[in-house]
Design a protein around this ligand. Structure first.
Ligand SMILES: Cc1ncc(C[n+]2csc(CCOP(=O)(O)OP(=O)(O)O)c2C)c(N)n1
Ligand SMILES: [Mg+2]
Length: 388
């Protein structure tokens, strides 16, 4: 695929420093069926998110809601570079990853609505998309919290393959994070462990240039060269284009193949842009409409569609038909979510991890700490149950 001669987006200085590598033009042309699936998946994510915004305004969705519009090529291209058995973990802008990984639109939308048919039985909502059969380990709302989990998942796969099965590790973990997570201590601890222990985890920074209203250049050192952060942890790094699914796929495939072969960690600065606000209540005063429009004209869905039309992999009529089918699927998932029951209150106590002890009288410490009587705590409760 040809590189645009003038890249208008660069006028807006969101991502300074090295431009991402452009590799797709030198690679084989992918089968039409593969590209049709990617086009359909990106359309599905876009349409799903548009409907989420409507449903949120209609108060069908509660809590927070962060849509993925603009970043569809990232989830679709990255997931395509993985094998189904490779674990994936991400932050809270997670609907796109869940759909790309194969979660049904129904399970995803029902979770958005907080209903029993959701992927987490309605207990997680927008920020907690989990799908064990598809090896998707969330959806995490605390910025950076998923990064030690990514290292842990990579440790688990390696331990299973090498120690328990006496074989060779063959899985890699993809751990997504936003540019806002770059300065969280948890990430640096996770990168250090991954470097020390040769964990096959790929930390993919979805670098959309902003964390809430803060531009990456205001909040992060070496923002023009994030790869330099990986050097200190002894890991390889790459800058990959995230607004063109072919570039994302080929760039990530190189990284994934290398991490799989070496069973070592890697760091990716994946350049992208979110078209909408941080969440549903963001007036976007920290950037100009001109900047947004420049990125929107370079839309990843439009780009792939154009490429496929040129190659004769899809006709305009077929593309319209595809979009129609996607819209119908999303309408169906909204109706499904709306009809799905609310969870029973008892559901609050199922599938939750709970320490069998706590800062209250009468309990005991777990056996691994000696099973001793609970130590006096900062508070006490009188026999009538009132806090003293
Ligand atoms: C530990 C922690 N601090 C602050 C927040 C509030 N918060 C939610 S999202 C966010 C910005 C994160 O931006 P980024 O990682 O770039 O992700 P993006 O929204 O761009 O996808 C912040 C500060 C949080 N959820 N967790
Ligand atoms: Mg960001």
């Amino acid at each position: 695929m040809s590189t645009p001669s003038t890249d208008t987006r660069r006028l807006f200085d969101v991502h300074r420093g090295d431009a991402p590598l452009r590799v797709a033009a030198d690679r084989p042309v992918l089968p039409a069926a593969t590209l049709r699936k990617w086009l359909r998946d990106m359309m599905l994510i876009r349409e799903f998110e548009v409907r989420c915004m409507q449903a949120y305004q209609d108060k069908k969705i509660g809590g927070f809601c962060h849509v993925y519009i603009g970043q569809e090529a990232v989830a679709v291209g990255c997931v395509a570079a993985l094998k189904p058995e490779d674990p994936l973990v991400t932050a809270y802008r997670d609907h796109g990853h869940a759909l790309a990984r194969g979660m049904t639109a129904r399970a995803c939308m029902a979770e958005m609505f907080g209903r029993v048919d959701g992927c987490a039985k309605g207990k997680g909502g927008s920020m907690h998309m989990f799908d064990k059969p598809n090896n998707m380990f969330g959806g995490h709302g605390i910025v950076g919290a998923q990064t030690p989990l990514g290292a842990g998942l990579a440790f688990a796969t390696k331990y299973e393959d090498e120690v328990m099965r006496g074989g060779t590790n063959s899985r890699v973990t993809l751990c997504f994070l936003g540019d806002g997570a770059l300065n969280q201590g948890a990430l640096h601890e996770a990168m250090n462990m991954a470097g020390l222990m040769d964990l096959p985890v790929i930390f993919v920074v979805e670098n959309n240039g902003y964390s809430m209203g803060t531009s990456i250049h205001r909040g992060t050192t070496m923002a023009h060269d994030l790869k330099s952060k990986a050097i200190g942890y002894g890991m390889d790094a790459a800058v990959v284009e995230g607004m063109d699914v072919l570039e994302t796929y080929w760039g990530m495939k190189d990284v994934v193949d290398q991490a799989r072969a070496s069973s070592r960690p890697c760091f990716v600065d994946l350049r992208c842009y979110r078209y909408k606000g941080h969440s549903m209540s963001d007036p976007r005063k920290y950037r100009t409409r001109d900047e947004e429009e420049a990125w929107e004209t370079d839309d990843p869905i439009g780009r792939l569609e154009k490429y496929m039309l040129e190659k004769g992999f899809v006709t305009e009529a077929e593309s319209k038909e595809m979009l129609k089918a996607v819209k119908a699927e999303v309408r169906d998932c909204v109706a499904f979510a709306d009809a799905s029951p609310m969870p029973e209150p008892g559901e609050l106590y199922t599938d939750v991890y709970m320490e069998p002890w706590g800062p209250y009288p009468g309990s005991s410490q777990p056996t691994f700490t000696g099973g001793a009587a609970n130590v006096p705590s900062f508070r006490a409760i009188d026999p009538k149950g009132e806090v003293l």
